[in-house]
Design a binder for this molecule. Structure first.
Ligand SMILES: NC(=O)c1ccc[n+]([C@@H]2O[C@H](COP(=O)([O-])OP(=O)(O)OC[C@H]3O[C@@H](n4cnc5c(N)ncnc54)[C@H](O)[C@@H]3O)[C@@H](O)[C@H]2O)c1
Length: 345
């Protein structure tokens, strides 16, 4: 049974995820995973735990329902080799002091582009100060293989679609996107200075079971069942390159294998998307079919969002053999099946 401890940075105690090492367990990597109670973190932890020990960290903040984060953790707790600390990366990270990590992954962040300006401190705390604390922890613990979460939002509105990693004209359209671009730039500086092999991943609208309630596909589904009017921005013409979580998890696993190959400075940015954007109206239409309900639209303008996201996957295909497999129909069905079960509909 995995351990589930809580405590903040100041009183973190190290946790041993495994029992006495055997020849089989010696091959497992010790992986630090921040944001493990989040949507991507939960699924990634499950995938990684098949062959590794995962040392999770999350502050279980209330950006969306804390119960969902706790439910994800309860699932992870059932698995061997999972440890957890409730800690906030806005403070110096001081847990897992006696663990030798082979790899670190930073997913902890304030996600979402639509928080009000009154909440900007959330981005600063987690995505700027917290991000530096994560990188400093990697340096302190001599972790030389690192993956960090960036976002497709760094492409903003001025890039030609499909978006290539080599694009130079990056003008983020939100505070969130700016922090993600900052993370990419800063992580490159750390990697170069401390001889780290590091990859920054630009995720494109990830969706699936145990997903984020603040994201459109989830809130639309909820509003359809409740027969509530819901807000659709820019006449529903915005398109998103929706990528199923299972494709993301196998993509990140390939990234880990790629990053592991370098015992010296290496820095790469990879798109992990689906290369198949869907418009908001098409998305709603597919959800209407799945739920058997009609949508009640409330159209509004939004200035802080890109009109389209569309991943060019040539680089991640060549370097990582990344090839998303799950169609939007299959993926939405998987999400919807989970949604009706989880919400007891
Ligand atoms: N889901 C997507 O479509 C998407 C797209 C692009 C980028 N991303 C990035 O991927 C990462 C994971 O996203 P997600 O969708 O799983 O989001 P999420 O909000 O579900 O997960 C983030 C987790 O980090 C934790 N966290 C936040 N601030 C923290 C802090 N200061 N200290 C400790 N824990 C903290 C949260 O409690 C949460 O559980 C994020 O960095 C996000 O910006 C996600």
């Amino acid at each position: 049974m995995a351990e589930w401890q809580s405590g903040y940075a100041a009183d973190c105690k190290s946790v041993n995820a495994g029992s006495i090492p055997t020849s089989a367990s010696r091959k497992k990597m010790n992986i630090l995973l921040t944001g493990c109670a989040g949507f991507i973190g939960y699924h990634l932890a499950k995938g990684l735990l098949r062959n590794n020990k995962v040392y999770g960290l999350d502050n279980l903040n209330d950006y969306y329902e804390v119960k969902l984060k706790k439910d994800r953790l309860l699932e992870l707790q059932k698995l061997d080799n999972f440890s957890f600390f409730n800690a906030d990366i806005k403070n110096t990270i001081s847990c897992y002091e006696d663990i030798n990590f082979d790899f670190a992954i930073n997913l902890a962040a304030q996600a979402g582009v639509r928080l009000s300006f009154d909440s900007n401190h959330r981005y600063l705390d987690s995505n700027i100060i917290g991000f530096h604390n994560f990188m400093d922890y990697c340096v302190k613990k001599n972790i030389s293989k690192v993956v960090i979460a960036s976002s497709s939002s760094v492409y903003g509105n001025s890039c030609l679609s499909p978006f290539k990693e080599s694009e130079k004209n990056l003008i983020p359209a939100s505070i969130y996107a700016s922090t993600k671009l900052y993370n990419e730039n800063v992580s490159k500086i750390y990697a170069e200075k401390y001889e780290i092999s590091l990859a920054a991943l630009r995720f494109f609208t990830v969706y699936g079971s145990f997903g984020r309630p603040d994201m459109a596909y989830y809130s639309f589904c909820k509003d359809l069942y409740l027969q509530r009017e819901f807000t659709v921005f820019n006449e529903g013409k915005m398109s998103r390159d929706m990528t199923h979580i299972d494709d993301i998890v196998s993509g990140v696993e390939n990234v880990i294998n790629y990053v592991k190959k370098f015992n010296f400075y290496n820095f790469e940015i990879f798109n992990l998307g689906n290369a198949n954007p869907i418009s908001t109206l098409d998305l709603v239409n597919k959800l209407e079919i799945l739920t058997g309900k009609k949508a009640l639209f409330n159209f509004q303008e939004s200035l802080s969002e890109s009109s389209i996201t569309h991943a060019d996957l040539n680089k991640s295909g060549n370097f990582l053999k990344y090839a998303p497999k799950i169609s939007i129909e299959e993926g939405l069905k998987e999400f919807h099946d989970w949604f009706v079960g989880y919400h007891d509909i």
